[in-house]
Design a protein around this ligand. Structure first.
Ligand SMILES: [Zn+2]
Length: 183
């Protein structure tokens, strides 16, 4: 039964798509199929998050938690909006810094660039850190247009939340990732 659900979840999708929801602790927030093509999932209410000046100097804002979070907890599940124009047609640098490209190697994507998405909620405010400063990760659901920020370690109240944007983000940019001073 479990196996069947999994194969239903990924048809036609690139194997690089990050659809591994096994990391999520709360069973009720794992997407599942009631019937083919009809996924069922819930959006947990993000609790105890705030946006304020990042611990990374001169970078702007970041997302902080004001409660303790356990490894495997969903910090926030955000809706993503796929833009009408693909990556290759995005010329505004501000947009380019905030969009989330799909990982896809199909022919259409290699010609026109991947489909890109805008993250709702606090999605665009999470800053980047490499391990060991990274404390949460993205779990992307491309077919259903949402994305989970999930804790990959226990996080203390007051800490800033950091995801990893991946190597490609910085490959295409002139600057290197900033490192937090007091990790
Ligand atoms: Zn594609």
């Amino acid at each position: 039964m479990e196996e069947e659900k999994k194969t239903l979840f990924v048809p036609g999708q690139d194997p690089n798509n990050n659809l591994d929801f096994s990391y999520i602790k709360e069973e009720i927030y794992k997407p599942f199929f009631t019937q083919p093509d009809f996924p069922s999932f819930r959006f947990p209410c993000p609790v105890g998050l705030e946006i304020k000046t990042s611990t990374i100097e001169n970078i702007g804002n970041g997302v902080f938690t004001n409660r303790d979070i356990e490894e495997g907890e969903i910090i926030e599940r955000v809706k993503t909006l796929p833009l009408a124009d693909r990556r290759r047609y995005q010329h505004d640098q501000v947009i380019r810094d905030y969009i989330l490209p799909d990982t896809c190697s199909c022919k259409e994507c290699s010609v026109h660039g991947p489909v890109v998405r805008i993250m709702m909620g606090f999605g665009s405010f999470y800053n980047h850190q490499d391990p060991p400063n990274q404390n949460c990760k993205w779990i992307v659901s491309n077919p259903f247009n949402f994305l989970d920020f999930v804790a990959i370690k226990n996080i203390k109240a007051g800490e800033e939340l950091f995801v990893n944007y991946g190597e490609n983000y910085f490959k295409t940019r002139q600057y290197k990732p900033a490192t937090v001073k007091h990790a």
